[in-house]
Design a protein around this ligand. Sequence first.
Ligand SMILES: [Zn+2]
Ligand SMILES: [Zn+2]
Length: 372
Amino acid sequence: MSKRDYYEVLGLSQDASKQDIKKAYRKLARQYHPDVSEEENAQEKFKEVKEAYETLSDDQKRAQYDQFGHDGPNMGGGFGGAEDFGGFSDIFDMFFGGGGRRRDPNAPRRGNDLQYSMVLDFEEAVFGKSTDIEIPQEEECETCDGSGAKPGTSPETCPHCQGAGQINQEQNTPFGRVVNRRVCHHCQGSGKIIKDKCDTCGGNGRVTKTKTIHVDIPAGIDEGQQIRIPGKGEAGVNGGPAGDLYVVIQVKRHEFYEREGDHIFCEVPLTFAQAALGDEIEVPTLHGKVKLKIPAGTQTGKTFRLKDKGVPNVHGRGHGDQHVKIRVVTPKNLTDRQKELLREFNEISGHESAEEQHGGFFERMKRAFKGE
Ligand SMILES: [Zn+2]
Ligand SMILES: [Zn+2]
């Protein structure tokens, strides 16, 4: 029987790294594992892949193979017995979430992180806020110190799993023994059996309590940012540390201001006369009213910058600015007197002055209509 080249089997070149080899093997093992694969000859292919992997993943064997190929000393052939398919638990882990070495149910575990969503008014985000929040949290039962057993009694080691919380089930298959691991039903994976349950927590060792937690929201916080409060998440298990609490910020929109980072944007309407003649107006800012001088001949869309009137930087790096955009409002519902004055204004200014102001715009428009 002529054997395929091991590199070819794994779909790799001779200079493949160890990582490449492992990756290729995992992929192919998943594809051809006889318990999973429905492909024809999966069994043989799997065997081929495994053999290639066992040689190429071992530096010494690989060097030998690179030099002598399949004919080298100690090469190939030795896959007669079912025992050679040992190491199935590696593959088992790989299929079912992996990494799952036997976990000690009594080992200290860190509590879960919690997330709390907080909605702030626009100004609250700008200036910060000190507040208390209430969150329901699981924590260790005080009555039984988390053991779940009535005070004076203690939990017993589960006799079915000897405290491991899991039961290994061996199964013989044509490819060797497969070790199946499942959670022990008698103790639900805790490794312990509680005969006299604690009245307070009903035996699970944990109770849900509403906790009040103080939160300081720094000035300048923005939508989507979060505040981490260490140790205020869920309590740990078996004496493990508590998780963290994350307060995620949402900010309500403002009817006048728009915010972009530390800068504030707003739009201010001006009458035609104010824009043409100039004026001094008062503009609201987050830090109170500010006087703004409008020069004569201000056009719509012109933006003025009010320095440092924006949002304080959340990291304490100064303030943003407020940008004020001018919108000139065309008057509506004119009285007869107003109309008369505007007509007179139009007559004495004529198109000449508009022409000058707009840099030949009307002249260009006229040419466009004539198709020039
Ligand atoms: Zn058990
Ligand atoms: Zn209890």
